[in-house]
Each structure stands twice: as structure tokens, then as C-alpha cells.
Design a binder for this molecule. Structure first.
Ligand code: BGC
Length: 845
């Protein structure tokens, strides 16, 4: 093989087949295998994408920086900011001993209910792609590899491990693959993660067309492809397709035995194996693993400049959706402020699943407002929004400690002890040093104190066998029996098991949880929650508090149980009684601001009731302070909607084709994702794509276009606009350019976002914003004569020839393109026409 530098070629030449097979197979959950004979090191990876979690599992482990979730980053419209954040996460990878960050997540917001929308940036492929490239450049500038994920058409969680996403090639090219193309071509990604699902009948991890033809041959990707965890389905076909690494260890389909077997049986080719071995050697080289980078003790950074960056990023992704001038809040006119809502006291800073990290900090809106806004603060919870009972933690329990035993029976020597913050025990492999991950038990004890007397329910979810005691009373004994299936523990846990108990107010009692891993599989442990059974009119209490104050801030939203990997949301509405809460608080206090703390779009039928609506999303560890920065006007809200919010769920583009049936999800809306759909159907959204207000005001003048006018152009067409801040405060504006094409051979969306620039200006300042448009901004993809899909074209009758391209490719057609300069998909400030003349031009895929 040629084209590799000396070391890689040399090592490849020296490796035995078994060693090659070792190298492409995981070892542990986050590590690959080394080949000691040749001093080829192992590599460590970490999730991704809103932090570098290290070896812990879902929200546990070593504390780390928690940056805003993807949909907040999407709202920033700022690739430079993402580059800075990428750099920070690379530094975190450094101290966590990781060579690879399993990020960014660049699937699209196809449907509002997608469980991982919070992790993804936007509904728009260009916005997503440009941001992803920035993030990747940031991470890789510090020699940490990314894995842009999940390639591809993994846009919901419904039956995610097996579902077949049926997407026509044009839609794949123009929409769902496009962010990955940016990641490869503009970001220079060293890694890609293949998704769980099938695409047109073939699993992504063995999809030769995707991983070979498109990714490597056409886009020129020269990095490694890792499977999503447990997503490999075959040996030979995956190796042949170019899947470089099976994760996690120790390999179901790769590994010496399987690969040797396949080689011997002729189901695998050694040249193909060599290619993926080279991919692995390259990433080891690129990330400095050969020089000893990776592995070792995990450390922490928590630098002041990182906190400042995360706080700035949160405000840059905060969207001011409506404002009649009431914001920013003015403490000289307000003496008392009601802070209301289920997400006021509990800061919801991230979504659930593999993206969850243990953050360095977590400041709730209530705490930040109480500390920094110099008025009397009155708080009310408003309503509960728990989907399943959350694990008990502080302040209800204190001194929660687990003593571990090797063996199932809580006897013998205590082999390890560990303190926990909440009764949420989830382990993959050994829970902690000294514990045999295949066979263990623990006894956790804590002191439980409630603040009002009455009946309570204890709720248990387990993967194993658990007994829960309060004082001397066994409240739940779930060591024997069938308790049904729930969706916690990635779908491996039991349904909720309930026991009841009466508790006295302010009277500490002992809580004991005995757990045994016997009978559990893979992700082991238990979760214990507590719920008061007494009836309380929480909405009524909140209305009273609101009525008594000069103004109210209502913080509504979801949490990592509603918006999580592993399951889609059940409903477009905000959970619980939150809509009623908003309406009644707005009636009780006309000076109400609503803050939305969600990961994906939710119903906003109440949008006109408050004086202002602010969307903060899952804004990361500095959420509380960043929110106060914006509420009091220290900082301008920099965000613009990354995704359209429909008036009704039924207006969503994918509504008729979601979630799928018979193991198939048809992307029947084709190219018409997000704003393209609302434009095409003339449906007015609740909040349009790209919309967002500033506290400053801007004038746009002299919109102009220059550049080549032939269809075969090679340099960029340039759209320019002079932006002036006409207000007396600093702020930012986002200039968006949408292209309206002339009539083409194939149907095209009315208007597509093709470029944007965010500009920050002080009072009175002017800047000329330039938005370059390359050839692809004018092109559409035609799959040509090829018939692509899982249904073979067996008919002997030839198709009508008609007027068609025979060659697949991107086509730029002659005609007049309208370039719309806009503040959102519906707020068009000006437009300029640009005419291209000449023969239609084809660009290679
Ligand atoms: C997720 C990936 C993640 C991996 C490792 C999978 O369940 O889909 O995004 O990187 O787990 O945690």
C-alpha cells in the first residue's frame, strides 16, 4: 500500500493478521486494544458532545466542563464560537486522557419529538454543517480527533437500533448527508461514527455506498469510521464497507477470532482489513497516541476563562422570541419579583443519555437571580413535570454511601466504598476499583428527611435485584419476581416498582438500599425515587405568589428524562400543567416574562400572553448566570431560532411519516425539512426559523451582489450589506441569505438558506457584512438515471426517457436567482437578483 508515511507503512508490514484484527476492535467501553509487540498503543475515547465526560457513564464520573447542548449552539449561528468551544473540549479530553471526542452530533431536527433534538444543532443542513465544521476545527486544532455522528438518517430514537430509514438519494445528498460533507470537507474531520439504523435496507455500519463511495471516494475522507456502540451487524461486509473500528470492546463481530474466521471462509479480504488498520494507525498518529498521549488518571480543569466562555456561549444561543420592551428587567421599577416554574429551582442544563456529563457547576435560575438581582425574590414551584420519579438526592438525603462486596450476597469484606449525590446507581462493568464487574452487590445507606408529613411513594427501577428499607421497614423487596420492562437503563431496566410509607416532617430516618447484580444485564444498578402523595394546588400557590409581586419570571421546560437518547418525546406540549401555569400567571400578573428551558421545539399556543418570551435551551453549566445576564440586560441575547416551531404538531413536515411503521421510516417529505416545508405549504409557524430579537436595533443598507455571472463560475458570488447599530447599546445581528432558484429540471424548494454571518456592533457602529456563495449554493442534486433504493427495479419495461440527466451530480442551471437577505425565513429585508448564463454545469458528487 502506498500513501502513508514511513511509520504506518512499516507497522502495517510487520503486523500479523491477528494483530491487525486486534487493532480494529475495542477493548473496554472507551478504549481500543494495543499491540504491545510493536509498541502500538491503545486509544481512549469519550462522549461527547456537550462535554468530555471521561470514563463515567451518563452523567457520572469525573466532573467536567458542560457546554450548552447542540440546539443552543445551533441558535448561536456562530461558527467561531463553536471553534472556541471545540478547543475547550479538546483541553478537557487532554485531562481526561482521551484521544477522541465522540462529537459533534449533526443529525437534523426532522420532527419536533425527536429525543435527541437537544443534541443536534438545527433543522437546517447548511447551518448545521457550517457550525459543525467550526467545532471540529476547534477540537482537532489541539490534536484530539472527533467522530461526527451519527452517519446518517438517525433523526429519531424510535426503534433506533433496527429501523430502516428510507430516504431518496437526492434528499440524502441535499439534506441529511450535507452536514457530514461539511464536517469532512470544511472541518477536516478525522473520524465519523456510523449510525444504528439501516439506510434503504442496509445497516449504516456495513453500508458500502455510504462509507466507501460517498464518504471516502467522493468526499475524500481519510480518517476512521467507528461504529455506534453495539451497532455492528457483520464481519466481512463491515470490513469491506470500511468500518474501521467496532466499539465497545471486546467485539461481537470484530476481534481476531471473528476476523480470522471470515478471512479463512473468504467472507473478508485482507486488503480491506489493511485499509481499516491504516485508518486506526492514522488516528493514533494524529492524536499523539504513539507519543504517549491518552489514558492515565482523569483530571479536572474548571478554569475561570472556560466558565466565562460557556457563559458567553449560553447567552449567544439564547433567543429573545418576543419582547414588548419589558426586557431587560429594570430593578429601579421593580421591587419584588416572582420566580416561578418547575425549572426555576432545578437548573436543567443538559439532555439525557450518552451526552450527559457530571458538570463542574450548576447554578439554578432562582439561585442566580436571588444572588444578582437586587429586588425581593418570591419563589413558587408551579407544577411538577417528572416523567418518572427522579432519584432521591440532596436536600432530601444526606451522606449517601455505598459499600461494595464481590459476590451477590452483601457479605464478606467490603471491597470498596463510595459516596454518591443521588440514589441513581448505573454501572457498565466494574462500579469502582476493586469491584468485580461481573458479580457484585452493594449496600447503600443515607439519612432521609422530608419537610412535610404524610404518605409517600418510594419508586424503584432496577437491572438486578434490590431491596429498599426505611428505618426497619422493608418498603420494597424486588429480589424475586417479574416487574415488567421500563425504558431506563437504555431499555434494560424494570418498570417502576412502588412501595408506600408515611414520613414525619423534619425527622431524619435511615434509608437503606441493598442491590445485587444477579440477573442483571449490561448496564447494571438501580434508581430509587420518592414522591409525596399529598394533594397540593401548586398552580394556585404560584398564581398567588405572582399576584403579590411587581413582575414574574416563569421558567418552564422539560428535563433529561423527557428529552433523552433512547426514546422520543410523547407529546408536543410542555409536560404537566405548564401551559395552564403560564396562562394563569400571565393573568394574575401582567408583567410576566416566560423563559423556555427545552432542547427541541414545544407547543407555544400561549406565546402572546407574556410580555416577553426568552428561549434558553439546555444552556450548560452556567445557565443560571447566563440567563440573568440576558434578563437584566448585561448581555444581548445573541440567539436566532435554529428550528421552526409549528403552531400545531400536525403542521410539522414529517408528521405523516413519523415515527414509522413496520420497521421503516419513510422520509416522505423529502427535501422539505423545516422552513422549506412551511414556505412551500404557506403554513405560518408559531416561531419561524432564524427569528430572534436583540435589545439593540440595526439598519441594513446597500444590499448588493457581485461576482461571476456564468454557470461555470469558480470564484464566489458575494452578497454584501452594510449593517449599522442604530441603538445606544451593543448587540448582535444575523444576516441570512436564502437563495430562490429559477425553474430547474427537478422540483426545488422555493428558498433555501445558503449563507449567514453574525455581526456584533457597538452603539452607532457600521460594518459591511459579506456572505460568499460558492457554486454549490446554486446547485441541486440529480441522482440521474440511477434508481436508488431498496426496491430493485426488475421491470423489463424501460422508463420514459423524458428530459433527464443521465449522470448523477450537482447541477447549476442558467437563469435568474433571487438572493433574499433576511432576518428569518419569513422576515425578508431585501433581495437582489443574480443571473447566471451559459450551459448547465455538472459538478461531481
Ligand atoms: C450513542 C452515541 C454515543 C455512544 C457511546 C450510543 O448509544 O448513540 O452517540 O457516542 O453510545 O456512549
Amino acid at each position: 500500500m502506498t500513501g502513508y508515511d514511513g511509520r504506518i507503512a512499516e507497522l502495517l508490514g510487520e503486523m500479523t493478521v491477528a494483530e491487525k484484527a486486534e487493532l480494529v476492535t475495542g477493548d473496554g467501553i472507551w478504549t481500543t486494544r494495543s499491540v504491545e509487540r510493536l509498541s502500538i498503543p491503545a486509544m481512549t475515547v469519550t462522549d461527547g458532545p456537550n462535554g468530555a465526560r471521561g470514563g463515567g457513564l451518563m452523567g457520572t464520573g469525573t466532573p467536567t466542563a458542560c457546554i450548552p447542548a447542540g440546539s443552543v449552539l445551533g441558535a448561536s449561528w456562530d461558527p467561531d464560537l463553536l471553534e472556541e468551544l471545540g478547543g475547550l473540549l479538546a483541553d478537557e479530553c487532554g485531562v481526561k486522557g482521551a484521544n477522541v471526542l465522540l462529537a459533534p452530533t449533526i443529525n437534523l431536527h426532522r420532527n419536533p419529538l425527536g429525543g435527541r433534538n437537544f443534541e443536534c444543532y438545527s433543522e437546517d443542513p447548511v447551518l448545521t454543517g457550517v457550525l459543525a465544521a467550526g467545532f471540529i476545527r476547534g477540537v482537532q486544532s489541539r490534536d484530539v480527533a472527533v467522530t461526527a455522528k451519527h452517519f446518517v438518517a438517525n433523526d429519531s430514537e424510535f426503534e433506533r437500533n433496527t429501523i430502516d430509514s428510507q430516504v431518496d438519494e437526492r434528499t440524502l445528498r441535499e439534506v441529511y448527508m450535507l452536514p457530514f460533507e461539511y464536517a469532512v470537507k470544511d472541518g477536516g474531520a478525522w473520524g465519523i461514527m456510523s449510525s444504528y439504523n439501516r439506510i434503504n435496507g442496509t445497516f449504516a455500519s456495513e453500508h458500502e455506498w455510504l462509507l466507501g463511495t460517498v464518504l471516502r471516494d467522493q468526499w475524500g475522507f481519510d480518517g476512521f469510521v467507528v461504529s455506534d456502540w453495539f451497532a455492528v451487524r457483520s464481519t466481512g461486509p463491515s470490513v469491506a464497507a470500511g468500518l474501521s473500528l467496532e466499539m465497545p470492546g471486546r467485539g461481537q463481530w470484530y476481534g481476531p477470532e471473528k476476523i480470522m474466521e471470515a478471512l479463512e471462509a473468504g467472507g473478508c479480504d485482507e486488503a480491506d482489513l489493511d485499509r481499516i488498520v491504516v485508518d486506526m494507525l492514522k488516528v493514533l498518529e494524529r492524536t499523539g497516541a504513539f507519543d504517549g498521549v491518552g489514558g492515565g488518571e482523569e483530571g479536572q480543569l474548571d478554569r475561570p476563562e472556560d466558565r466565562a466562555l460557556i457563559r458567553r456561549a449560553a447567552a449567544e444561543g439564547t433567543v429573545l422570541i418576543t419582547n414588548d420592551g419589558f426586557l431587560p428587567l429594570d430593578s429601579s421599577t421593580i421591587e419584588s419579583l416572582a420566580v416561578i416554574g418547575p425549572n426555576a429551582q432545578a437548573a436543567k442544563i443538559m439532555g439525557g443519555g450518552s451526552a450527559a456529563v457530571r458538570p463542574y457547576r450548576n447554578i439554578s435560575p432562582l439561585a442566580a437571580l436571588s444572588e444578582r438581582f437586587d429586588v425581593e425574590i418570591r419563589h413558587a414551584h408551579g407544577c411538577d413535570i417528572d416523567r418518572s420519579t427522579p432519584p432521591i438526592g440532596a436536600p432530601l438525603v444526606s451522606s449517601l454511601t455505598a459499600d461494595f462486596f464481590n459476590g451477590f450476597d452483601h457479605d464478606g469484606d467490603v471491597v470498596a466504598s463510595k459516596a454518591y449525590e443521588k440514589a441513581d446507581f448505573k454501572f457498565f462493568g466494574s462500579p469502582t476499583d476493586g469491584v468485580d464487574g461481573t458479580k457484585y452487590s452493594f449496600k447503600a445507606t443515607a439519612t432521609l428527611t422530608v419537610d412535610f408529613a404524610g404518605p409517600y411513594e418510594i419508586k424503584l427501577v432496577q437491572n438486578g435485584k434490590t431491596r429498599v428499607m426505611v428505618g426497619d421497614k422493608v418498603v420494597i423487596d424486588a429480589t424475586d419476581g417479574d416487574f415488567g420492562k421500563g425504558d431506563d437503563f437504555f431499555g434494560l431496566g424494570s418498570a417502576e416498582i412502588t412501595g408506600t410509607i408515611n414520613l414525619e416532617a423534619d425527622t431524619p430516618v435511615d434509608l437503606t438500599i441493598e442491590y445485587s447484580s444477579e440477573g442483571g444485564v449490561m448496564i447494571l444498578g438501580c434508581r430509587v425515587g420518592l414522591r409525596a402523595l399529598g394533594e397540593r394546588d401548586l398552580v394556585g400557590e404560584a398564581v398567588e405568589v405572582a399576584a403579590s409581586a411587581d413582575a414574574a419570571v416563569v421558567i418552564v421546560g422539560t428535563n433529561d428524562d423527557w428529552e433523552t437518547e433512547g426514546r422520543d418525546r410523547d407529546s408536543f406540549a410542555l409536560p404537566g400543567q405548564q401551559e395552564e401555569l403560564i396562562r394563569r400567571v400571565c393573568e394574575a400578573n401582567p408583567n410576566t416574562v416566560v423563559v423556555i428551558n427545552v432542547g427541541g421545539p414545544h407547543a407555544m399556543g400561549w406565546i402572546d400572553a407574556p410580555r416577553a418570551v426568552l428561549s434558553i435551551g439546555f444552556a450548560g453549566q452556567e445557565l443560571g448566570d447566563a440567563l440573568v445576564d440576558v434578563l437584566v440586560g448585561d448581555v444581548d441575547p445573541g440567539g436566532r431560532m435554529p428550528t421552526t416551531v409549528p403552531v400545531r404538531y400536525e403542521h410539522s413536515p414529517a408528521y405523516l411519516n413519523y415515527p414509522g411503521e413496520n420497521s421503516t421510516v419513510r422520509y416522505g417529505e423529502g427535501l422539505y425539512i423545516g422552513h422549506r416545508w412551511f414556505d412551500a405549504r404557506h403554513i405560518e409557524p408559531a416561531v419561524p426559523f432564524g427569528h430572534g430579537l436583540s435589545y439593540a436595533a440595526f439598519a441594513w443598507d446597500n444590499v448588493r451582489v457581485s461576482g461571476p455571472d456564468s454557470t461555470s463560475f469558480n470564484s464566489d458570488v458575494l452578497v454584501e450589506v452594510d449593517v449599522t447599530n442604530t441603538s445606544d447599546r451593543a448587540g448582535s445581528d444575523v444576516v441570512q441569505v436564502y437563495v430562490e432558484p429559477p425553474k430547474s429540471l427537478l422540483h426545488r424548494p422555493l428558498r433555501e438558506l445558503k449563507g449567514f454571518t453574525k455581526v456584533k456592533l457597538g452603539p452607532g457602529e457600521t460594518a459591511t457584512v459579506q456572505i460568499p456563495l460558492d457554486r454549490r449554493a446554486f446547485a441541486y442534486f440529480d441522482p440521474g438515471d440511477q434508481f436508488f433504493g431498496s426496491i430493485p427495479d426488475t421491470s423489463p419495461v424501460p422508463r420514459e426517457k423524458g428530459e433527464r440527466h443521465s449522470e448523477p451530480g450537482w447541477y447549476v442551471t442558467e437563469g435568474t436567482y433571487r438572493l433574499v437577505v433576511a432576518r428569518s425565513s419569513v422576515d425578508h429585508v431585501a433581495s437582489v437578483d443574480h443571473t447566471l448564463v451559459g450551459d448547465e454545469v455538472r459538478i461531481d458528487p
